[in-house]
Design a protein around this ligand. Structure first.
Ligand code: SF4
Length: 384
């Protein structure tokens, strides 16, 4: 049983937080995006298919052993614990615990293929792995993976159809921007054309497409271009999901070099919100029908979420309502949110009175714009 161990990679999309994680490749084959600090110290490897299949076997065996301890809908926790401590190593215990958590608290019908770009695998290898997941874990209803736009654009329609037929349900792709100028500046290694071609192929094969964009990643200089060209890609591709990830220039990232070269000036937190508004206002509800979500703490207004063919007027008016607040009210919420407050500004009153007073005091007394942005940035720099 492979000593009861399977590999677990470091990253998965937030929407796959409850999925079982199957590591198919290690790290990122591109690894050059200037904003990204995830895999910079690690080389890319594909894992042999036979090893990945052994990992799937280990997961299936743990599932069977754990489910044997379930009687009348309840787990015999002392039997589970006894089995857990009898395992030969800490790594095996960690794997067992992951399967247990997936079965009991997670989405026991979902699995995510790690790491950064599984779609780079030879199609026949990917098909063999996905088919084996379906065979050994038949309860799985959703198999998902990351895929880079450049990679997606190179896969043939026939291969996509075969991958879909084998059982891949959804591809997550970090497009980041639809603007060629921005894509070149951040060294994304993809063009707008590749994003459109790759995205359409995914959709045409019947695979769901979830794409990520970073409002603010073009800085002040390319804010308009970033919004308009990103909306163009959304209109052309009609993805199932658009996930917003407001850009923050991370300390230690290669984007600092771009900034220092004079090509990039980071927009303020409010300017990034205005860019989100601009982006949404350029989406054509007749062509884009999927869902926009702000499912990450990095976004100022997490409530900006809805279907593009129905909810754009609502999303714009929600943003406008916030922008119409007195500056102090805007700032109080901004600061609370950047400190980790998980709700929208209409819920600000739910904070403890002591915290509200502390935040109001800070918001009132930091009058210099630079000091204000720097304080917000310090909080946001913590988020992945
Ligand atoms: S493709 Fe993804 S993981 Fe790879 S460097 Fe770019 S952002 Fe990072």
């Amino acid at each position: 049983m492979n000593e009861g161990i399977f590999q677990i990679g470091p990253i998965r999309p937030p929407s796959e937080a409850n999925s079982l994680l199957l590591r198919v490749t290690e790290n990122c084959p591109w690894n050059k995006c200037k904003f990204c600090m995830l895999y910079k110290k690690n080389d890319f490897h594909t894992r042999p298919v036979a090893q990945v299949k052994k990992d799937i076997d280990t997961m299936a065996e743990y599932r069977d052993r754990i489910l044997q301890h379930k009687k009348d809908g309840e787990f015999d926790m002392s039997a589970v614990h006894e089995e857990f401590i009898s395992l030969p190593s800490d790594e095996a215990r960690m794997c067992y615990q992951m399967v247990f958590t997936w079965l009991t608290e997670g989405d026991s019908q979902a699995i995510f293929l790690q790491d950064a770009n599984t779609m780079v695998l030879r199609p026949e290898w990917l098909i063999e792995i996905v088919s084996y997941v379906r065979q050994r874990l038949p309860e799985i209803q959703r198999i998902t993976s990351y895929g880079r736009a450049n990679t997606l654009s190179r896969i043939s329609e026939e291969d996509f159809k075969a991958i879909r037929q084998a059982g891949l349900d959804r591809i997550h792709s970090g497009y980041e921007s639809g603007s060629d100028k921005v894509l070149e500046m951040i060294c994304k290694g993809a063009t707008q054309e590749e994003e459109i071609i790759g995205g359409r192929k995914v959709k045409d094969a019947g695979i769901e497409l979830s794409i990520y964009f970073m409002p603010g990643v073009g800085g002040r200089e390319l804010s308009e271009d970033n919004a308009v060209e990103t909306a163009k890609v959304i209109n052309e591709v009609n993805p199932d999901f658009v996930r917003l990830r407001t850009f923050v220039l991370r300390t230690g990232s290669l984007m600092e070099e771009v900034r220092d070269s004079g090509r990039y000036t980071e927009a303020t937190d409010m300017e990034k919100l205005l860019e989100i508004r601009n982006l949404i206002s350029h989406i054509d509800p007749k062509r884009a029908h999927g869902k926009i979500t702000s499912d990450h703490i990095i976004n100022l207004l997490q409530e900006v979420s809805g279907y593009m063919d129905q909810d754009i007027p609502w999303m714009l008016s929600y943003i406008d309502e916030y922008l119409a607040l007195p500056e102090l009210e805007q700032r109080k919420y901004q600061l609370a949110r950047r400190m980790g407050f998980p709700l929208d500004w209409k819920q600000f009153y739910r904070l403890r009175e002591k915290d509200q007073a502390y935040i109001e005091d800070l918001a009132k007394n930091v009058v210099d714009e630079k000091a204000w942005e720097s304080m917000l940035h310090k909080y946001m720099d913590r988020y992945i």
